[in-house]
Design a protein around this ligand. Structure first.
Ligand SMILES: [Zn+2]
Length: 460
């Protein structure tokens, strides 16, 4: 099938190369890569839109009664010295799926292939900027207060607004027929995203199942980040009795130990992970004979499944109180970010599982610990899949194979066909049958047979 496609994986990936990728969000390199994708969108007959956050979308309407909209995309930006596949795989799978749907002539709907702007936090210290803009987590007003962190270290200020202006002007200059809009979409009926897996769960699944395995993502993690300050009391390390010490660094050590224990409990219960990631001792100057009176620390909680920021903050409050009592210090926490994990659509995941077994594709349900665009995309139903990858992620060794990407396209094509055919048929039934009858006689989709025949009858 691959050789017959207009959208070829080789046009976007060099499967023999491990050259580092530096396609930071909104840079010229990122725009050049995006233009390659836009050219393919146009070749498929898609209309191109560009929004105020730099999100790009190819759209095409297929069939006779387009009602439902499906978006299949991801991001193209990378971290510093990153790999080829984190992000673009999802966009190329979107293009290939669109190509298959256009050719199939068996469904009707609006197909969108979005490229979400600046998913990686490397440049602006804030991730998923494009998808956060779509769901209103960040707004245009925030664009001037978010700044390029690397430029800042070199004494320059580049705001997100300036970066977007550069990127959008570059695109308008190099691409004809690009339509500017406020947002590429306010909401869609369905959102699908394919992404490489960024650790080793699928490798383990392969070893266990002796078969290539994909991941169906049931939950997308979020972060709760806490910065805390400890106020102790400086004194002589030799003369002060143990019971009288108010050592600020002791407090950070106890907090670190308790957070680690809590993180291990979360992990065991499928609720996340946690670590203390940095401590500082302002004004202490590393002197051995002085008890440090000040310290601060950073804690990164990664939430998963049913866990909530409120639960985490409550658990941290218990730790804070215990450590204060033990070390006779004062600990003041500040919550830096507070995200809630996103549970993906059970209905879509069930359909994907069914399609996998029909097509002989091995699959497991698993969470995504890292945040993803899918966590923010405004869609009535959404999910994502992971494909196997080797060499980790966010480094040039990151690698995947053609044979791992292909099943993603197969799955999304089949799922999209079912969703778009089904809605078309449902819409027809609603108009033809009195509502009460329709509701009581509604047949679960998995039991419906001869779908294609139904569809063809309706067309005629
Ligand atoms: Zn990514």
């Amino acid at each position: 099938m691959e050789q017959e496609r207009m959208i070829k994986l080789e046009d976007f990936f060099d499967f023999n190369s491990k050259e580092p990728i530096n396609r930071l969000g909104y840079t010229e390199d990122d725009m050049k890569y995006k233009i390659k994708i836009i050219e393919k969108m146009k070749a498929l007959g898609m209309q191109i839109t560009l929004d105020k956050a730099g999100n790009i979308c190819g759209t095409i309407s297929i069939g006779n009664h387009p009602q439902k909209t499906i978006a299949i995309g991801s991001h193209t930006d990378s971290v510093y010295n990153g790999g080829q596949f984190d992000g673009p795989v999802g966009v190329v799978v979107g293009l290939q799926t669109a190509e298959s749907l256009i050719k199939s002539k068996k469904c009707t709907g609006i197909i969108k292939v979005p490229i979400y702007a600046c998913e990686e936090s490397s440049r602006f210290g804030n991730a998923c900027l494009g998808s956060k803009y779509l769901n209103g987590t960040i707004t245009e007003e925030d664009f001037s207060s978010i700044v390029d962190q690397n430029a800042l270290k070199q004494g320059k200020t580049i705001t997100l607004q300036e970066a977007i202006n550069f990127a959008n002007s570059y695109l308008k200059e190099h691409v004809d027929d690009i339509q500017e809009v406020d947002k590429i979409f306010d909401t869609v009926d369905y959102s699908l995203e394919a992404h490489i897996e960024q650790y080793d769960s699928l490798k383990k699944a392969y070893k266990k199942n002796k078969q290539d395995t994909i991941g169906i993502i049931n939950s997308i993690g979020s972060a709760v980040r806490i910065k805390y300050d400890v106020e102790g009391q400086a004194n002589h390390t030799g003369s002060t009795p143990m019971k009288k010490r108010k050592n600020a660094v002791d407090a950070t050590a106890f907090i670190g130990k308790k957070v680690r224990k809590l993180g291990k409990r979360y992990e065991k219960q499928g609720l996340g992970r946690a670590s203390q990631v940095e401590i500082n001792t302002p004004g202490h100057n590393g002197s051995f004979n002085q008890i440090p009176n000040q310290a601060n620390g950073l804690i990164d909680f990664r939430l998963q499944g049913e866990n909530t920021p409120e639960t985490v903050l409550e658990d941290f409050e218990n730790i804070r109180q215990q450590v204060e009592a033990k070390t006779k210090t004062k600990i003041t926490p500040t919550v830096v970010s507070k995200g809630t994990p996103v549970v993906t659509s059970k209905e879509l995941n069930q359909k994907l599982t069914t399609i996998c077994s029909q097509k002989g594709i091995q699959a497991i349900e698993m969470p995504s610990y890292p945040g993803q665009d899918t966590g923010y995309i405004p869609a009535k139903e959404k999910t994502m899949i992971f494909i196997p990858s080797t060499g980790g992620s966010h480094n040039p060794e990151e690698h995947t194979k053609k044979k791992f990407i292909q099943p993603a396209t197969t799955l999304f094509t089949q799922l999209s066909k079912e969703l778009l055919e089904e809605r078309f048929r449902d819409a027809q039934r609603v108009t033809n049958i009195p509502r009460s009858t329709y509701e009581s006689s509604h047949i679960p989709t998995s039991k419906v047979t001869s779908r294609d025949t139904d569809y063809e009858n309706m067309l005629s």
